[in-house]
Design a protein around this ligand. Structure first.
Ligand SMILES: Nc1ncnc2c1ncn2[C@@H]1O[C@H](COP(=O)(O)OP(=O)(O)O[C@H]2O[C@H](CO)[C@@H](O)[C@H](O)[C@H]2O)[C@@H](O)[C@H]1O
Ligand SMILES: OC[C@H]1O[C@H](O[C@H]2[C@H](O)[C@@H](O)[C@@H](O[C@H]3[C@H](O)[C@@H](O)[C@@H](O)O[C@@H]3CO)O[C@@H]2CO)[C@H](O)[C@@H](O)[C@@H]1O
Length: 601
């Protein structure tokens, strides 16, 4: 049997007294988690040791007032993506940006995500745990770094690392878009188990405010279906044994379209007791991955979590409105004893800052935007090989090429509005058929359109800065970050009227609303194409007028940072009443260290 090493882990500083004590007194412990509890050994010792660590921290409090344990809440965000280390889209952005904003408000914050690659800034803690995944005992290891006031924990195991060649990019979920790794259930089961161990076994001393393990009184924030087993394991493996009895779980839905539906017979892989089967049970009319009866991870996550939150108030309403927008979980969401809360996302104002953006040649703010934009547009045109002309309005699009994002509707619309005085630059990766469609546009309209089927962060910044308008023609959009980034760069959104786009873009003030689209994904609805063409026409009519300048000003005057959303998250999580939880402080958006300590992938 392998062992947990309850080793202290101190990164970038001297080893503290309590960590020495920890090393000497705790030594090695052996622990195996199964739902039968047979192998959960030495729990009492583990608790005893953790108490010793806490006591030791308190002694320190007396002699060194720098350690202020117990302020705010202990938060553990768990996610398959964590930007900038791993990101295929907005999930990575949110887990990159919200935790530092919570930390800046005085909370102790950890994120737990897989180590998909050999991140150069994350160190081996040498702490290992053994967990039962499928029918095998697996030893996993924790890597760590402390960035922007947050303990970033990376779960190290070949099940994550061996899948990825080079940088993670889009290889997180499967070998290509639309194709999942066969062992995704085992991978994300392991992530959930690791996340339940991390706050207990890692003795982190990252900064002067907190030391020792996070302990039991934590709030887990699970994100999307990959982490939906977390409340299930919490309730069946830990709480019956007196561990995490106070802990609570908030499940955040970033996208109900991805639910983790698998064959019903796979339930045994999850190592959960039969009593939970009904929470997972799901029947749909699809044949993928098998016909008929299935398990649905997201469904179980919704039922077993203490609260469910999503990324905008309007999407929260859409989720319960019916099977179309709730993707057949609307009834479950209506049946839980609390309403789904909606908190609009913020954006990372450090990565997306027009005054300091390392990917653009001309920096600007609200006072200089009208001078800088034409230069940035010319730079973008030159970069993608379009005719350089600062007077021609340019429309951008950035997004995953899935039905959700409506790139197919956009392509159909481009054919109709490209005759106007306009250029279009489209950036995205995803389904091959959509990639081909956008690439074909530049063959058809070489002087007017570019379609780049790549995941290219510098180009995303160049488009956001250089375009006049950003088209967001989503069939559904839980929140959307593209329009937030665009507005901060004085680029006016032209967006579908769905989800967070309704909450964040004001018609005629900060953008143009197209109306809602059909959510039927199999085909492009000609009415939706007409709606885009008409709205693009309306937007182009305003181009270069005083109203256009006013809209740019309105866009750039907004505070789109995580500061406001983080306060709302705080209120929501405090309402869970976890022992020792306290309101935070009025912090800066990002912890002070962020400026010199920004993570790189
Ligand atoms: N080809 C490419 N090259 C470079 N960068 C690219 C890119 N394609 C996408 N990106 C980047 O990925 C992010 C996408 O953000 P979205 O909010 O559109 O997310 P997404 O739909 O993936 O996430 C889901 O989760 C988020 C977070 O909650 C919700 O906002 C959203 O509505 C929901 O669908 C942006 O930072 C964008 O710049
Ligand atoms: O940050 C971007 C999005 O990342 C997540 O979505 C991924 C999803 O959770 C994965 O399951 C997978 O989705 C594929 C799906 O499993 C498969 O059956 C097929 O339908 O194709 C899908 C796309 O490949 O990949 C998604 C990312 O592409 C996260 O859950 C979302 O909220 C984020 O928007």
């Amino acid at each position: 049997m392998a062992s947990i090493q309850y080793a202290s882990y101190v990164h970038g500083g001297a080893t503290s007294m309590d960590s020495k004590l920890n090393l000497a007194q705790i030594g090695q412990r052996t622990q195996v988690m199964t739902h039968t509890g047979l192998r959960l050994v030495k729990t009492a010792e583990v608790l005893q040791m953790r108490n010793k660590v806490k006591a030791s921290a308190k002694q320190w409090k007396n002699i060194d007032t720098k350690i202020v344990c117990g302020t705010g809440m202990n938060l553990v965000f768990v996610s398959a993506e964590c930007g900038p280390w791993s990101k295929t889209g907005g999930l990575g952005d949110v887990v990159g940006g919200l935790p530092p904003a919570m930390a800046a408000n005085g909370h102790r914050v950890m994120t737990v995500s897989p180590r998909y690659d050999q991140y150069k800034d994350a160190w081996d803690t040498s702490v290992t745990v053994e967990v039962l995944v499928g029918d095998k005992l697996e030893t996993l290891r924790f890597f760590h770094c402390w960035k922007r006031g947050v303990d970033r924990i990376f779960v190290d195991h070949p099940i994550f690392l061996e899948k990825v060649i080079g940088k993670t990019k889009s290889k997180i979920y499967g070998p290509s878009a639309g194709e999942d790794y066969e062992d995704n259930q085992l991978r994300f089961s392991m992530l959930c188990l690791a996340a339940l161990e991390a706050p207990r076994v890692l003795n982190l001393n990252s900064n002067k405010y907190f030391s020792g393990p996070y302990g039991d009184d934590v709030i887990f924030v699970a994100n999307d279906w990959h982490t939906a087993l977390l409340p299930c394991y919490l309730k069946t493996l830990y709480q019956p044994k007196g561990i995490f009895t106070n802990a609570k779980v908030a499940l955040c839905i970033h996208n109900i379209a991805y639910q983790g539906r698998f064959a019903f017979s796979d339930f045994y892989l999850l190592n959960l007791p039969d009593q939970l089967k009904s929470s997972f049970e799901f029947i749909d009319g699809y044949e993928k991955p098998v016909k008929g009866r299935k398990i649905n991870w997201m469904k179980a996550g919704i039922i077993e979590s203490d609260i469910v939150v999503t990324v905008s108030p309007y999407y929260a309403k859409e989720l319960v409105s019916g099977p179309d927008k709730g993707v057949e979980l609307d009834n479950i969401l209506r049946s839980i004893p609390f309403c789904v809360s909606g908190i609009v996302n913020g954006m990372d104002t450090q990565e997306w800052n027009p005054l300091t953006d390392k990917h653009i040649d001309y920096h600007f703010d609200i006072t200089t935007v009208m001078d800088a934009k034409p230069l940035l547009k010319e730079a973008l045109q030159a970069l993608v090989g379009l005719p350089v002309d600062k007077n021609i309005p340019l429309i951008g699009f950035i997004g995953r090429l899935e039905e959700q994002k409506g790139s197919d509707i956009l392509v159909a619309a481009v054919e109709k509005f490209i005759g106007m005085d306009v250029q279009v630059v489209i950036l995205g990766t995803g389904k091959k058929k959509f990639e081909k469609e956008i690439e074909k546009l530049e063959e058809l309209y070489p002087d007017k359109a570019r379609g780049v089927a790549k995941f290219n962060v510098p180009l995303a910044h160049a488009i956001t800065a250089g375009a006049d308008y950003m088209l967001v023609p989503s069939r559904f959009e839980p929140c959307g970050l593209i329009q937030l980034h665009a507005m901060r760069y004085g680029t006016i959104p032209i967006c579908a009227s769905t989800g967070g786009l309704v909450d964040t873009v004001k018609e005629g003030y900060t953008g143009f609303h197209i109306g809602a689209f059909s959510v039927e994904c199999a085909a492009v609805d000609p009415d939706d194409v007409t709606k885009i063409v008409n709205t693009v026409g309306r937007a182009l009519n305003v181009y270069g007028t005083p109203a256009f300048t006013e809209m740019i000003n309105n866009c750039m005057s907004q505070d789109l940072s995580w500061k406001g959303p983080a306060k709302k998250w705080e209120e929501l999580l405090l309402s869970l009443g976890v022992d020792g939880s306290e309101a935070g402080i009025e912090g800066e958006e990002i912890a002070p260290l962020a400026k010199e300590n920004v993570a790189t992938p």
